[in-house]
Write a protein that binds this ligand. Structure first.
Ligand code: NDP
Ligand code: GDR
Length: 339
């Protein structure tokens, strides 16, 4: 019999890649999808798998909905990827973000504990929990100091997963994943904002991309690699927590440079902090400029992960480096450009 898996957040970036991976492995996959005024299956359609998974109505804020779903299906594996995932807007909706990203996790875990304790559970934790730098690189033992309502809510989600594992012997694992991107990344995240803007520029619409803090550094990998790590975590005999990261950190400015180079643009940076901008040496036009509106109330300045535990215990390693990732995303946006 095929294994059964539930993916919450199946319409998101990671949900789409994970659904494809599990389908390739022969799973019977259910995508838990919240109702929108228009069905949002774009990413699943792009990967050619929209018709291959069963979908169910789902919202992490609704306990009865979750209980019925878990009680009625007894899934082998549940991957909780659903969240309000954009850090920047979490200061505007802190209570909702706490409810979905924090309490949503315990709603799922409690339904599993009560109705389906054999189910293996994956929680989408995040490097945003580290926040203020306490150690470089960050691993599973680095203390947390989140810097946004998003990060604070995710710390709750992380610890309640650990607590349900320890209290009720659930097979519940938490993946502390550093930033991972792809051509399916949401348009508002900095990498995709850059590649969409540069593709538009390279296509002959020279509107500068406006960004916030260019000095922040992130450890960026490819989402397709990271969903493999999620799956490996649930195949282990014992549940545990793992960092997934590349171990390489890059400033926003350099990511823009890599994406620009892939599109034949040659950036020259000038100015300091709020007046900084990049001009394309060939056309002489401004490609990127800073707009203070995109700065955050509190920033995570430096993330770089140590994934040696995942490498040793899961045999996991990322395959795509940051330059190849920037080029992949820029090329995809250039090819998809509709003008
Ligand atoms: P996306 O924003 O692309 O996807 C988030 C998904 O959650 C969407 O399917 C969204 O549905 C769904 N969702 C949002 N709110 C609710 C709700 N109230 N009830 C049910 N579903 C909801 O995120 P990613 O795919 O990038 O990330 C997946 C998970 O991993 C998230 O939990 C994120 O916080 C976490 N994470 C991501 C990292 C990254 O770099 N990508 C790194 C570390 C952790 P809809 O389409 O309707 O909006
Ligand atoms: P992040 O991703 O907050 O790390 O969360 P994002 O791409 O939004 O920001 C990364 C860094 O870039 C700086 N930045 C800008 N960010 C955006 N979005 N727009 C801009 O114009 C801009 N200019 C500079 C930010 O200040 C920040 O330092 C992502 C999400 O996927 C989370 O869900 C996940 O948990 C973490 O990654 C790991």
């Amino acid at each position: 019999m095929a294994k059964t898996a539930l993916i919450t957040g199946a319409t998101g970036q990671d949900g789409a890649y994970l659904a494809r991976l599990l389908l390739e492995k022969g799973y019977d996959v259910t995508g838990a999808i919240r109702r929108n005024s228009q069905p949002e299956m774009i990413r699943l359609e792009k990967l050619g798998i929209a018709a291959a998974l069963r979908t169910v109505d789902f919202d992490l804020s609704e306990p009865n909905n979750i209980t019925r779903l878990i009680r009625g299906n007894a899934f082998d594996e549940v991957y909780n990827l659903a969240a309000q995932s954009f850090v920047g807007s979490s200061w505007e909706q802190p209570v909702y973000v706490a409810d979905v990203n924090g309490l949503g996790v315990v709603r799922l875990l409690d339904a599993i504990r009560t109705y389906s304790p054999h189910t293996r559970f994956y929680q989408a934790s995040t490097s945003e929990m580290f926040g203020l730098v306490r150690a470089v690189p960050q691993n599973e033992l680095t203390p947390f100091h989140p810097r946004s309502p998003y990060g604070v809510a995710k710390v709750y989600g992380h610890y309640i997963t650990v607590n349900y594992r320890e209290s009720f012997e659930l097979h519940a694992s938490s993946g502390i994943l550093f930033n991972h991107e792809s051509p399916l990344r949401g348009n508002e995240f900095v990498t995709r904002k850059i590649t969409l803007g540069l593709a538009r520029f390279a296509r002959g619409e020279p509107v500068p991309v406006e960004l916030g803090n260019l000095n922040a550094r992130r450890d960026w990998g490819f989402a397709g690699d990271y969903v493999e790590g999620m799956w490996h975590m649930l195949q282990q005999e014992a549940a545990d927590d793992y960092v997934l990261a590349t171990g390489v950190t890059t400033p926003i400015r350099d990511f823009a440079g890599f994406a620009a180079a892939a599109l034949g643009l040659d950036l020259e940076w000038s100015g300091e902090e709020l007046s900084e901008q990049a001009v394309d040496r060939r056309s002489g036009k401004v490609v990127v400029r800073v707009n203070p509106a995109f700065y955050r109330p509190a920033e995570v300045d430096l993330l770089v992960g140590d994934a040696s535990k995942a490498r040793e215990k899961l045999g996991w390693a990322p395959k795509v480096d940051v330059k190849a990732l920037a080029a992949m995303m820029a090329q995809a946006d250039y090819d998809d450009w509709r003008g």
